[in-house]
Design a protein around this ligand. Structure first.
Ligand SMILES: [Zn+2]
Length: 81
């Protein structure tokens, strides 16, 4: 699927709605930008990872911190006894 878009004055680009929904991208999602040697730019949805162990399963956001259930349970135990 190839689409043509013009960059904005600040070099921004809007991802077309059909592409965004196909990639499960929503407003506010973080994306990774990977400039490749062939001149292409690959945009990938950023997977949130646990601040403490780096895991990526069932990550929850607490404030601006991402945490997995295992570390959340350990943290709860450490803080609350
Ligand atoms: Zn963790």
């Amino acid at each position: 699927m190839v689409k043509f878009k013009k960059l904005s004055k600040t070099r921004g680009v809007t991802i077309p709605k059909d592409l965004a929904s196909w990639l499960d991208l929503s407003a506010g999602d973080a994306v990774e930008l990977d400039a490749r040697g062939d001149g292409s730019l690959v945009i990938t949805k950023h997977a949130n990872t646990c601040r403490f162990c780096g895991g990526a399963d069932n990550i929850k956001q607490f404030g601006d911190v991402y945490v997995c259930p295992v570390c959340a349970a350990r943290l709860h135990k450490e803080v609350c006894g």
